[in-house]
Design a protein around this ligand. Structure first.
Ligand SMILES: C[S@@+](CC[C@H](N)C(=O)[O-])C[C@H]1O[C@@H](n2cnc3c(N)ncnc32)[C@H](O)[C@@H]1O
Length: 222
């Protein structure tokens, strides 16, 4: 099943997870990592139901501009509802690997690069359009001693949540181990995206949450 069909079908469920209480804290930290100032323009690639958009709007204020980009219409509809009260927040249906924005002060992508076939190239393109900071909020396997014990549970969580054609396929993905397992693929993609960010930015910051399963990497484009 395609990303678009999968997230379109489970839009309500995804929004409930995306706005769960603990998750909001990671979003705050990712928005902070962009060091936004009032009046800035910030783009979120793969904005989903728009859970980050209020945090970004709060930081750029009424003079700034927030653009959310995603390719799944039911999620975008939710993002539009969430941000309807702000005239300076726009939600656009487009592919984040061909962003419809030429210039911005900052770019955020949260829980997205793991879904892109070539995340390094996408991050490189985002750095081309950002005048300031780029931040990536992602989940990966943990390297913390306690987190490592939970690797099988993380694998099951990632596998069950990855696009699948049927409940049976979801189950197969959840129990899959080995190089092609969804969590291993996620780790490789997030790694490639972070490598690209490191090679393009200075003044980098990295912080971890949730026993090392969640990380925010950000840097300033030179
Ligand atoms: C796990 S959700 C994360 C959504 C949101 N960033 C958040 O933190 O809640 C992944 C999102 O990426 C979007 N997505 C995946 N590939 C994309 C692409 N090439 N262009 C735009 N959006 C994409 C999906 O439609 C989905 O909304």
């Amino acid at each position: 099943m395609s990303v678009r069909a999968f997230y379109g079908r489970y839009a309500d469920l995804y929004d409930a997870i995306a706005t769960a209480p603990g998750v909001a804290r990671w979003r705050e930290r990712a928005a902070d990592a962009l060091s936004l100032a009032p009046g800035d323009t910030v783009v979120e690639m793969g904005c989903g139901t728009g859970a980050n958009l209020p945090h970004l709007r709060e930081r750029v204020g009424s003079e700034g501009r927030v653009v959310g980009v995603d390719l799944t219409r039911p999620l975008l509809d939710r993002a539009r509802e969430r941000t309807a009260r702000w005239e300076n927040v726009a939600v656009v249906e487009a592919d984040a690997t061909r962003p419809p924005v030429a210039r911005a002060d900052a770019v955020l992508a949260s829980f997205v690069v793991g879904m892109l076939p070539d995340p390094g190239a996408a991050v490189d393109d985002w750095c081309d359009l950002a005048a300031g900071r780029v931040a990536l909020l992602d989940a990966t396997s943990s390297t913390h001693p306690l987190g490592r014990l939970l690797t099988p549970a993380f694998g099951a969580f990632v596998g069950a949540g990855a696009p699948a054609d049927s409940p049976v396929d979801s189950f197969r993905q959840a129990v899959e181990r080995g190089e092609d397992a969804p969590n291993r693929r996620l780790d490789r993609r997030v790694g490639a995206a972070r490598d690209a960010l490191v090679s393009r930015t200075v003044d980098r910051r990295y912080e971890e949450h949730a026993l090392g399963f969640v990380g925010v990497l950000s840097g300033r484009v030179e």
